[in-house]
Design a binder for this molecule. Structure first.
Ligand code: ADP
Ligand code: MG
Length: 328
């Protein structure tokens, strides 16, 4: 018997229909977008005195998110991880371009993806202004553009001896969520949300302008990312593990040792880790708390190199495995 020809799913559409779906949902209007999706390039206006902050992140199925992740969550997270990089620079988001590689032209998937993207884009007034759509294994590359006034960007290189080390929100939740989901254990909604719908700390990054001496977002794990500040600034950092902020859900789900490992080495939290001089700290901490996302002092900048972690008795702890690294 002849095999039936494979029937195409009804939702499969042409490339331009997919682009239309995306444009309708994500191509928000902003006065500084003179020309958005639809021509060979977008035309964008930058206000005088502002620097353009530009960052790109790629999400690959099976590497950055489990294969069964909902399209809506992937859309949200694609934008969230890029916004987090702008937050870490103290930049205000504006525009994005999206390179989408899809196994099939699945209109349902693209609609859900675009809705997830648009939900977060609306919160931060991000307009999608262009991109590219190709066929291949699922992979999503977003380039985000934002503004920061000249001289106000938060860089990794400004940490000074004696500065405090701080982190916004809580640590370890996303890694805990990933651990529970990969072992098919029941997952508290909070940990699932922290893994699949991270909150970029844009408002907090803006409050850090002119006050934090250095800043990075925690995407690969606290020790690894704070290590980048140390390297760029030519200093060391000493962390008191007893000060690391934990959510009640993390504390309920894991014992002290496992929790500490998740907080120090778990990636994907997208909190901001920053350093600041003591003279500015109390007002800064109050403003951050008022913004709805408090920060916690977790240690200080010291002479030397790299990150040291101490336990409650002041003893040095062995460092957890370094953060996530491709090609490692
Ligand atoms: P070109 O052939 O000039 O590269 P395309 O046919 O790839 O143009 O894209 C047509 C328009 O749609 C362009 O404005 C492009 O920026 C936009 N576009 C294509 N794919 C996407 C996408 N995934 N997201 C947003 N805009 C897109
Ligand atoms: Mg193209």
């Amino acid at each position: 018997m002849r095999r039936k020809p494979e029937t195409r799913v009804a939702a499969d559409v042409a490339e331009f229909a997919l682009i239309d779906l995306i444009r309708e949902r994500c191509g928000a209007t902003r006065a500084d977008v003179r020309l958005g999706i639809g021509d060979d390039a977008a035309l964008l206006a930058i206000a005088p005195g502002q620097l353009l902050a530009v960052s790109t992140d790629t999400l690959v199925a099976g590497v950055h998110f489990p294969d069964d992740t909902a399209a809506h969550d992937i859309g949200w997270k694609t934008l969230a991880v890029n916004l987090s990089d702008l937050a870490a620079m103290g930049a205000e988001p504006a525009w994005a371009t999206l390179a989408l590689t899809l196994p099939r032209a699945d209109a349902n998937w693209v609609t859900e993806f675009a809705d997830g993207f648009a939900e977060l884009a609306r919160q931060h007034r991000v307009a999608l202004v262009g991109g590219d759509t190709t066929q291949g294994p699922l992979s999503i590359t977003l380039t985000i553009h934002g503004f920061v006034p000249e001289g106000m960007a938060l860089m990794r290189s400004g940490a000074r001896l004696g500065d405090g080390v701080y982190v916004t929100g809580t640590l370890g939740d996303a890694a805990a969520g990933l651990r529970l989901s990969s072992s098919r254990q029941a997952m508290p909604a909070h940990l699932s949300a922290r893994l699949h719908r991270p909150t970029p700390r844009i408002a907090q990054g803006l409050l850090l302008r002119g006050r934090a001496s250095a800043c990075i977002d925690v995407s690969d794990g606290l020790v690894a990312d704070l290590g980048h500040i140390c390297t760029a600034s030519g200093v060391g950092a000493q962390i008191d593990s007893g000060l690391l902020p934990a959510s009640p859900q993390l504390t309920a789900a894991f014992g002290a040792d496992e929790r500490r490992a998740l907080q120090l080495a778990g990636g994907d939290d997208y909190e901001l880790c920053f350093t600041a001089p003591d003279a500015l700290a109390s007002e800064l901490l109050r403003d951050l708390a008022d913004s709805g996302c408090a920060a916690t002092r977790i240690g200080r900048v010291v002479a030397g190199a790299g990150v040291q972690v101490r336990d409650e008795n002041g003893n040095s702890l062995p460092l957890p495995h370094a953060g996530w690294e491709h090609f490692a």
